[in-house]
Design a protein around this ligand. Structure first.
Ligand code: KIV
Length: 283
């Protein structure tokens, strides 16, 4: 069992801020774990940042299992959390259970679902079975068609009520934490005060119990990122420069240079061995 457990995450509320970052492959997960991040999260955002789609609706269970397996192999300390993709849990509780089990068997310690009140029964069932669940409310990207795009939430009384209802339902059903995405900071603060489980914000301000960012946004891989994401590095530019230099050097015959290859010192020895090899092959 890994050091960071859902129980430990719950106990961090009010004592220590929780850190969470997405990772979709082995090397990224190794680094996130080494950096001391509490939760390494295989998000369905991979549909956009890894596979290049413009939403998360096409992500499949197969993709989630595949990426969860790679991440789980790398992480020794942090909690490994895997996202349930669109249509993997909405149709029935049975379907949701079956798919959550697949992610746990791929190496996840817990699963995340979008929504709260609508899935109280599923969350309760998973928790009873021993599968820890994190919820997700505010902007729920799997419902972006209904929401009318990616926009801030909590502006109307109805939205405040819906976010609170989701968080309370998740708490009641036994979820160990809830993500608040793109929620006005005052609303996120209210929810954080109203529930006993940790709130993890993304674009939800500072009055929450923890923060989550998407790998590619945090590291500045793409030219643009969501307005709420802080870019801690500009790796996109660094990678582009390295690839361009490699391209230039190969074309100019500068790479590989002598320190990157090996050749016979005794050319006569090579000539003899090559001649014999060619003769044996009738060439
Ligand atoms: O899939 C994802 O990356 C997420 C985060 C935005 C929380 O759900």
């Amino acid at each position: 069992m890994r050091e960071v457990t859902p129980k430990k995450i719950r106990e961090m509320k009010g004592k220590e801020k929780i850190t969470m970052v997405t990772a979709y492959d082995y090397p990224s997960a190794l680094l996130a774990d080494k950096a001391g991040i509490d939760i390494v999260f295989v998000g369905d955002s991979l549909g956009m940042v890894v596979y290049g789609d413009n939403n998360t609706l096409n992500v499949t269970m197969e993709q989630m299992v595949f990426h969860t397996r790679a991440v789980a192999r790398a992480v020794k300390r942090a909690l490994v959390l895997a996202d349930m993709p669109f249509s993997s849990y909405e149709v029935s509780v049975e379907e949701g259970v079956k798919n959550a089990v697949r992610l746990i068997q791929a190496g996840a310690d817990a699963v995340k679902i979008e929504g709260g009140a609508d899935h109280e029964k599923l969350v309760r069932k998973l928790v009873r079975m021993g599968i820890p669940v994190m919820g997700h409310t505010g902007l729920t990207p799997q419902r972006y068609l209904r929401l009318g795009g990616y926009r801030i939430t909590g502006e109307t009384e109805e939205e405040i009520e819906e976010i609170l209802r989701d968080a309370k339902a998740l708490e009641r059903a036994g979820a160990f934490a809830v993500v608040l995405e793109f929620v006005l900071a005052d609303v996120a603060k209210l929810v954080t005060e109203e529930v006993s489980i940790p709130t993890i914000g993304i674009g939800a301000g500072p009055y929450v119990d923890g923060q989550v960012l998407v790998w590619h946004d945090l590291l500045g891989i793409y030219e643009s990122s969501p307005p709420f994401a802080k870019r801690y590095a500009e790796l996109g530019g660094i990678i582009l420069e390295a690839l361009s230099q490699y391209n230039r050097e190969v074309k100019a015959g500068e790479f590989p240079s002598s320190e990157h290859y090996w050749e016979y010192q005794d050319k006569e020895d090579f000539e003899r061995k090559a001649k014999n090899a060619l003769r044996r092959l009738d060439l």
